[in-house]
Design a protein around this ligand. Structure first.
Ligand SMILES: [Fe+2]
Length: 191
């Protein structure tokens, strides 16, 4: 596969660009009132959420432990804390409809949290990782991250057009984080 030789920094940076692309589209659709745009915004939020869940869990499982050991415990801790904050925002956001008064504010919060996180990783953590890890180690970490991302579903929940929005209150995002974290830790003990 063409992706096999990408190192972990290339993999994660690619994810960041993907998320930013979705954020830019969400920004462009802000204030749009048409039904198609409204649906597109909700879809984009779902997509960005699933991408962020996969990215965050993979970073937490494979990248931050390595960063903690070899680069900086403080940088790893800060990144984990930022993920936890963004996770809370995603959980609040998922029960909201684009028509809800707080949708735009929660989305703006998520964007700001993720943009700061991306700036810190790309500005500090990744350059530090390049100084400390060999190319080979970074490629191996990249493969581990890809394999965690593969066990995650591609959508947060199957689209169920007949269900009223109220049916989502149980929180698929929370379940998604839990299921993926469980799968990652089970995989770890089976080795
Ligand atoms: Fe990241």
């Amino acid at each position: 596969m063409a992706d096999q030789q990408r190192d972990v920094i290339e993999v994660l940076t690619h994810d960041h660009r993907e998320v930013e692309r979705m954020f830019a589209e969400l920004d462009a659709l802000r204030g749009a009132t048409g039904e198609t745009e409204r649906r597109r915004r909700k879809d984009l939020v779902d997509q960005v959420t699933i991408e962020l869940v996969r990215h965050s869990v993979a970073e937490e499982a494979e990248v931050y432990p390595a960063v903690k050991d070899k680069v900086s415990a403080e940088e790893a801790e800060r990144a984990k804390h930022e993920h936890a904050e963004a996770e809370k925002t995603m959980k609040r956001l998922e029960s909201l409809d684009p028509d809800d008064a707080s949708f735009d504010a929660e989305l703006a919060t998520l964007m700001q949290e993720i943009r700061e996180h991306v700036a810190e990783e790309e500005g500090q953590m990744f350059p530090h990782m390049r100084q400390v890890f060999s190319r080979q180690e970074l490629v191996e970490l990249g493969a581990k991250v890809e394999s965690v991302k593969k066990i995650a579903p591609t959508r947060p929940h199957p689209s169920a057009p007949d269900e009223p929005p109220g049916d989502k209150l149980l929180g698929p995002v929370a379940g998604l984080f839990d299921r993926l974290r469980d799968a990652v830790s089970r995989r770890g003990t089976e080795r």
